[in-house]
Ligand binder design. Sequence first.
Ligand SMILES: [Zn+2]
Length: 257
Amino acid sequence: MLTSEAVVLRTWPVHEADLIVSIFTREYGRMRGVAKAALKSRKRFGGALEPMTLARAWFAERPRQELVRLDQLEIVRSPLSAPVDQTRLAVLSFFAEVIDEALPERDPQETVFRLLVSVLEHTNAIQPEPVRPGVAQPWMPLTYFSLWMTRLMGLLPDITRCIVCGDALALHAAEISYSSYSDGLFCGLHRNGNASALSADSWQLAQRMLRAPATTFVGELWTRRRGQDLRRFTLQTLERHLERKLRSAEVLARLGG
Ligand SMILES: [Zn+2]
């Protein structure tokens, strides 16, 4: 039997009371397992099958089977321990969908795992609006996760320079843009017709986020507008490489994310 810390990504029913569970484990990467009689056995799984639960998982390989046998999950931290809020749920679904779509199965990604655990912690600590300084909002962990996933997937070129001419963007901070057709950022001269603007604030925020842990940004004021253009830039990059639209991102967009 194997054990690892894991985050539950999603579940879907199979047969009578069984569930297939997609989990992201710290040691073995993303994998799918069968939780036998999960819908009946509250003892082995309890509320741990709720997506985005951080748990200790016990599982075993099955001979000639792609899916592992998931034997037990023990909750370390549940997303349900914080008040349920539409925006927070949409953010949690976004984390789950990106990890589920972006990572190959059985490919350990310790850095991505630590990123996910960190943003989950901050997302679960949020309070409902109105926004107050010192109170973490889901926009911070959402922005941090989107930026870092783009970086960890190798999709983020040097954002301090124009990807066409290599000029330092600090000289053009008022006219930085991105395009849905390419990675990276453009200076004012190389902005193309369908480019969208990235504000100087968001550009500076991105550079700070790439150098510091998420905790650093908790005490700052986070309205939903803050970093919105940066989130759109990273989302376009992620979706272009995944070659599909993310359903959870559409929900977030409707909520103003
Ligand atoms: Zn340029």
